[in-house]
Design a protein. Structure first.
Length: 202
C-alpha cells in the first residue's frame, strides 16, 4: 500500500524564490526566479550548513569551538555533489530572465491596472519592485512608456476640466478663453504622449 503523507504543501514562485524538489527517483526539479549567482550562493550556504559542525554539545558551548568528538568532520553524503551540480545546471541564466520585449510587459501591466484609481502609479510601483535584470535600454523604454501613460492622464484631466466648465457655465465671453486654452493644452499633451511612445519602440 502506498503511504499517504500527513500533509501536502503547495509552493509556487508567487510565494517562493527558489524551489528544489528531490524525488526518490529521477533528477531534481528546480523552479527559480532569482539571479543565477544569488541562487548558487543559497545552495552553497545549504551545503555548508549540512557539512558544518553542529556545535551543540557542552564542550562546544563552553569553549566556543567545535567539539572534537561530536563535531568531528563528517564526509559529505554520497550524491550531494551530483545533486548540487544538477540543480545548478537547471538554474536559468541571468540573460534568459529578462523578457525579450519589456515594453510589451509594461504596456500589459498598464492595461491590467487600468481599473485602479491610479493605474500609472501602481504600474510604476510594480516596475520598481521588479528585480529581474534589465539593460539600460530596457529601463529607458519602460520609463518612456510610463511617462507617456501619465501624460495621457494629464490630457484626460484637462479635457474633464474643460467639459465641467462648459457644463456649469456654458460657452460665453468669460469661459471661451479657458475652454479653448484647455483644449489646446490637451492637444499638446496628446502629441507629447505619442512622441514618447514612439521613442519607447525605437
Amino acid at each position: 500500500m502506498t503511504r499517504i503523507p500527513d500533509a501536502v504543501a503547495v509552493a509556487s514562485l508567487d510565494t517562493h524564490r527558489l524551489i528544489v524538489a528531490v524525488p526518490n527517483e529521477g533528477p531534481a526539479d528546480v523552479a527559480c526566479n532569482l539571479p543565477r549567482p544569488v541562487a548558487a550562493d543559497i545552495l552553497r550556504q545549504l551545503a555548508a550548513s549540512i557539512e558544518g559542525p553542529a556545535g551543540h554539545c557542552d564542550t562546544a558551548l563552553a569553549t566556543a569551538a567545535p567539539c572534537p568528538i561530536h563535531d568531528a568532520p563528517v564526509p559529505r553524503p554520497t550524491g550531494l555533489d551530483a545533486l548540487l551540480a544538477a540543480v545548478a545546471d537547471q538554474l536559468p541564466d541571468e540573460e534568459q530572465q529578462a523578457p525579450t520585449n519589456w515594453v510589451d510587459d509594461v504596456r500589459g501591466a498598464l492595461a491590467f491596472n487600468e481599473g485602479e484609481q491610479h493605474p500609472v502609479v501602481i504600474t510604476l510601483r510594480d516596475v520598481l519592485l521588479d528585480d529581474a535584470p534589465r539593460t539600460p535600454e530596457q529601463a529607458l523604454a519602460a520609463a518612456l512608456v510610463i511617462l507617456a501613460a501619465h501624460t495621457r492622464e494629464l490630457s484626460a484631466l484637462a479635457g474633464r476640466d474643460a467639459d465641467e466648465c462648459r457644463a456649469e457655465h456654458g460657452v460665453n465671453r468669460g469661459t471661451r478663453g479657458l475652454i479653448t486654452g484647455m483644449a489646446h493644452t490637451r492637444k499638446l499633451l496628446d502629441r507629447h504622449a505619442i512622441g514618447l511612445d514612439a521613442q519607447a519602440t525605437q
